[in-house]
Design a protein around this ligand. Sequence first.
Ligand code: DPN
Ligand code: CA
Ligand code: ZN
Length: 331
Amino acid sequence: MIPRNLRGHRPAHGRRSLRRAVVAALASTALAVTLLGTAGAQASDATAERARLAAPDIPVANVQQHLKELQAAANANGGNRAFGRTGYRASLNYIKGRLDQAGFQTRIHQFSYGGRTGYNLIADWPKGGSSGQTLMAGSHLDSVSRGPGINDNGSGSAGILEVALAVAKADLQPADHLRFGWWDAEELGLIGSQRYVASLPQSELSRISAYVNFDMIGSPNPGYFVYQDDPSISRVFVDWYRSKGIETEYTSVGGRSDHASFANRGVTVGGTFSGAEGIKSSAQARKWGGTAGQAFDRCYHASCDTTANINERALDLNTDAIAHALWTLSA
Ligand code: DPN
Ligand code: CA
Ligand code: ZN
């Protein structure tokens, strides 16, 4: 349609040339539409490809359900899930059952410590792995004997379980082989993870591209900490959190969790952490919400570390961050 002002003010002799111009304009519009159509299709292909490669949003309700199961395992076994106790085996059986059902190859790595038997759970994803490298994620599954250990470390254990189940659901075929580990006797001094790395020949250890650790990721007064270790790993977490509008802080977890067993053997490590007995500062409370002057987890290593001791937003963000990191680092 020719705009009214153009029509009304054109001299008579100009009508033909105007018509030609309109025809030409229509033709070039058609060309533009064709070109745009192609570009649009390419853009949506790229979007679809990105969506296919991107990690899914992990449903936090499923992670909470795993925490309920771990709480039930403690309740039925004297109130804890500690090394050498029946609550630990009940926890391991639950996680192993879910992984077996989803198609993981699981095995129990046994060790003895202080006259008792420890049990690490190792789960290999059978698909992908063409690079010859292994990306590993792990969490300690044992609690202290004082309580059920739902934030420490049901949270990490449930988080990586749900991410593993998402790997199966997506039928992921990553370049790197994916392996998950649940460690026993962390609370006695990183014993399970140390025994695991000691069981691996150096040739296998050097094929581990990275080990990422998740120990306490649902603290009730949460902080958003990223392990300050390898920058190529930490950046993946920091950038992801920033994309969600959250500024993280680096933390040196040092020897306080199982990544240290891997780092000591020269493996690249990383992880996230929502805080333990440390006190949230007022600057941190302004940045992250929650209560300044109070511990990130007031129930750390206490009997009140139950399913009530979880901040769902922190649990949700961290599990989504784990999925993003595993998808990205293994691609
Ligand atoms: N690994 C836990 C503990 O030894 O009690 C808690 C913890 C995790 C502490 C990460 C500091 C950093
Ligand atoms: Ca989520
Ligand atoms: Zn812990």
